[in-house]
Design a protein around this ligand. Structure first.
Ligand SMILES: Nc1nc2c(c(=O)[nH]1)N[C@H]1C(S)=C(S)[C@@H](COP(=O)(O)O)O[C@H]1N2
Ligand SMILES: [Mo]
Length: 225
């Protein structure tokens, strides 16, 4: 049989299959949908995620109670200016307000979270990490750790937050202060933040050592390693 015989295994059959696949892809991406909400949704909700309206709580079973008067944030490692901020010091730093979506690896997403705090860029300006500091490690009061690359920390919407929706972060959600890394799955957003370490070597954190991906891009579904 010649290639272009038209039977399903032939050239035309394969072209048809290719066309169908490309149509399915277009449909999945919602490219030709004129209803704006649907296509916006397709671009906003990463694969495998489901929208929730209420914010779930996830932790390792410990929710450390750190009173604001005792809370301190230590920024250290490969930086020109190592700092330790009390809660009052932290509140006196230049403040930022960002709105972002949460995507948790357990498949829930929550849109439009308004965060107040100090942006990662402000922190970098103050502590001046050295060029060799390619990695940022968060250390928390419950012993939790998580790691991101410096470029991820440098994204303009990364914030060390003390408030959510205009109210102080509750203890269950990581108050007094937590990290928020909106572009990554939410396990990278350390609650009850105690230390930010700038390092020349990567240090996989709690979940990264326990089967999660070292990166956490929800658009690439970097869930488990
Ligand atoms: N310190 C600390 N930070 C943490 C965790 C934790 O157990 N301890 N859990 C992570 C995980 S897996 C998720 S999904 C989010 C959950 O944040 P939430 O409870 O505010 O929704 O926090 C992340 N940050
Ligand atoms: Mo999670």
């Amino acid at each position: 049989m010649s290639e272009d015989s038209g039977e399903s295994g032939g050239l035309i059959g394969r072209i048809k299959e290719k066309l169908i696949r490309s149509k399915q892809k277009t449909a999945a991406e919602g490219r030709h949908i004129t209803g704006r909400t649907d296509s916006a949704h397709a671009r906003r909700l990463p694969p495998g995620q489901n929208l929730v309206k209420k914010w779930p709580v996830l932790d390792l079973g410990i929710q450390p109670d750190v009173p604001k008067a005792e809370w301190k944030l230590h920024v250290h490692g490969l930086v020109a200016n190592q700092v330790t901020w009390s809660f009052d010091d932290f509140m006196a730093l230049p403040q930022s307000r960002f709105k972002s979506d949460i995507h948790c690896v357990t498949t829930w997403s929550l849109y439009d979270n308004r965060w107040d705090g100090v942006s990662a860029r402000t922190i970098m300006d103050l502590v001046q990490p050295s060029a060799e500091a390619r990695h940022v490690i968060f250390h928390s009061y419950d012993g939790y750790t998580t790691n991101i690359r410096r470029e991820v920390f440098e994204e303009p919407d990364v914030i060390v937050a003390h408030s959510w929706e205009g109210k102080p972060l509750t203890r269950e959600h990581g108050g007094p202060v937590r990290a928020v890394v909106p572009q990554w799955y939410f396990w990278k957003s350390a609650k009850w933040l105690q230390k930010i370490e700038f390092s020349d070597v990567d240090k996989p954190g709690f979940w990264e050592q326990n089967g999660y991906h070292n990166e956490a891009d929800p658009w690439k579904e970097e869930r488990y390693s």
